[in-house]
Design a protein around this ligand. Structure first.
Ligand code: SF4
Ligand code: F3S
Ligand code: FES
Length: 234
């Protein structure tokens, strides 16, 4: 079948603003959009710029706005997309070229919440691993699934208008440690997330939950973090 595409192109060396360019590619209904974009890049226009790596919805590098919604190009099938398929870079981050955006503001929010295990320096170091029950693990299981694709943060209207907002992905990754029974940094992270650019900037728009390719209940996690900050429910 012929697949028609409208790709939002931007080359900072030659363009003053982004513009759509149209392509037609021969593809199968069960092809992924990433396969189709590869056909454009490899056989029609090698200047098309995009990030991708695993092609299996694991590395999180090919989030794009596909027919108006954030998704991973490697996870959507041609048969499920209305044509012409429009593809744009994710929103709210500076565009470097075509679908490649500057991820630094996104990772700045991630780093700000200390997304690593913080152990108690006064605690006796266990001889083997730190033990955790299945029930304790279940509390934060959902937020361990994040692949840092930025689909949530770049679908959030608060982030679009305020790049200082840490964004839903950062809060999801803070949640993953705040509610981990082996971690001792919850208070520190909740203080960070109680500041002006933290979790309370969220206005429960739910775009983030709809956008997450891992099915993480992002808004629910944000609400749990807000409750923990307000009432100490960790
Ligand atoms: Fe991507 Fe979901 Fe993680 Fe957000 S929470 S960065 S949408 S995997
Ligand atoms: Fe934004 Fe998600 Fe909150 S879209 S406003 S972070 S619920
Ligand atoms: Fe890795 Fe799509 S290429 S998530």
């Amino acid at each position: 079948m012929d697949v028609k595409l409208k790709l939002l192109r931007f080359n900072p060396e030659t363009d003053t603003e982004a513009h759509f360019e149209e392509y037609t590619v021969e593809a199968e209904p069960m092809d992924r959009l990433l396969d189709v974009l590869h056909k454009v890049k490899w056989y029609q226009d090698g200047t098309l710029a995009m990030r991708r790596s695993c092609a299996h919805a694991i590395c999180g590098s090919d989030a794009m706005v596909i027919n108006g919604e954030n998704a991973l190009a490697c996870k959507v099938l041609v048969k499920d997309l209305a044509q012409p398929i429009t593809v744009e870079p994710i929103r709210g981050l500076p565009v470097i070229k075509d679908f490649v955006v500057d991820m630094e503001p996104f990772f700045a929010g991630y780093k700000a919440v200390k997304p690593w295990l913080i152990t108690d320096p006064h605690e006796h170091e266990p001889a083997r691993e730190r033990i955790q029950s299945p029930e304790e693990r279940a509390v934060f299981d959902d937020t361990t699934k994040c692949i840092l694709c930025a689909a949530c943060t770049t679908s959030c209207p608060i982030f679009w208008s305020d790049e200082g907002y840490v964004g839903p992905a950062a809060i999801v990754n803070a949640h993953r440690f705040i509610f981990d029974s082996r971690d001792s940094g919850a208070r520190e992270r909740l203080e960070i997330l109680s500041q002006a650019d933290g979790a309370f900037k969220c206005r429960t728009a739910f775009n983030c939950t709809a956008a997450c390719p891992r099915g993480i209940k992002v808004t629910k996690a944000i609400q749990e973090v807000k409750r923990a900050a307000l009432f100490g429910t960790v």
